[in-house]
Design a binder for this molecule. Sequence first.
Ligand code: RNT
Ligand code: ZN
Length: 422
Amino acid sequence: MKKEKVLQAYDDARKQYAALGVDTDEALRRLDSIRISLHCWQTDDVGGFETPDAILSGGGIQATGNYPGKARTISQMRQDLEKVMSLLPGQQRLSLHAIYGEFGGSKADRDSLTPEHFQGWTDWAKSQGIGLDFNPTFFSHPMAEDGFTLAGKNEKHRRFWIEHGKRCRGIAAEMGRQLGTPCINNLWIPDGSKDIPVDRSTHRALLKESLDEIFSEEFPAEYLRDSLESKLFGIGSESMVVGSAEFYMGYAIRNNKLITLDNGHYHPTEQVGDKISSLLLYVDELMLHMTRGVRWDSDHVVIFNDEIQLIAQEIVRCNALERVHVGLDYFDASMNRIGAYVIGTRAAQQAFLYALLEPTPKLREYEEAGRNFERLALMEVMKTKPLGAVYDYWCLTGNVPVAEDYIADIQQYEKDVLLKRS
Ligand code: RNT
Ligand code: ZN
């Protein structure tokens, strides 16, 4: 896109928003401070590097598609992530899963992971000037095959997973310490049952006990924040998921933990955006897994839809940008994976920009005066204001491709790099 065109369009957009009392420059300044945490697992369909050609298994989650070019080594993965970040305005973080360590061909099982296995990632993050987040991996492992980990009645397995949970916190804290930005360690377990269980309560009591043990060690909040992610159901856990919304909400409020809101993990008519103002009254901080469920928790690429907009709007309206850590969680193996990252991250950024460009005081004024028509009318008008011109300007000033220009860039990368991978 021509530079002058972008500047001209921005100038016009600035005036249009200003007429409604919205300062676009200020909105961009605030947008610039949001660090979206890229989920490393879109590079390789949640495979990881424990064994050659590891595949996602036993976690009630599934990646579908076999688009060529997935990352098969750590250096390919870093190359892909660097490409992704070169196509995104603003700054990002990276969220790693425990299966993505540098195991150097030797088998380090989940209960014997150490910060050294991730030192390469920390060094890389330092070189990129980004922060890291972390996730213990409680799936794709023989000891998770019966569908239970921290909440299981098999004591040997449960002990193994508790050890994994503890080690991951140590690793995450070390990343946070070295990088000077707290590492959010997000805990999600698949535990649940396919058919109707009779004893739900023992599993929940066991999960509580396991978590107490995992969290018994204290780390400074500047290094580590613990977050808990609930789920409604998964493949093979259709009838009960131990770590439900109520379970973790109770646990997090009582124990001062963060809650991760994955918008694929609720009843399809529930709006995750609506939960934010409630949770912020009781927990200090939230973590987001922005995703797109299509009929189920399908983890499609994030797009600029109503759901994502409401999430961003509620965070901005609650003035809670500093209290919400934004992350992504989807894995689509049916399209160019670099493209999937860029589409989803740009969509999330656009949702925040949309929220930041809202004439909230005016809308509130209408609301308080009971002017329901006027409130809805202005909300509708905002949908066709030149959001894109403001976003394009952000890309231009951030020296990344503007609008559709990034498509050609990814096509070139596919030709030069991805298709050459075996
Ligand atoms: C699964 C959860 C979880 C995973 C990642 C890979 O339903 O959403 O966050 O997607 O940990
Ligand atoms: Zn998630």
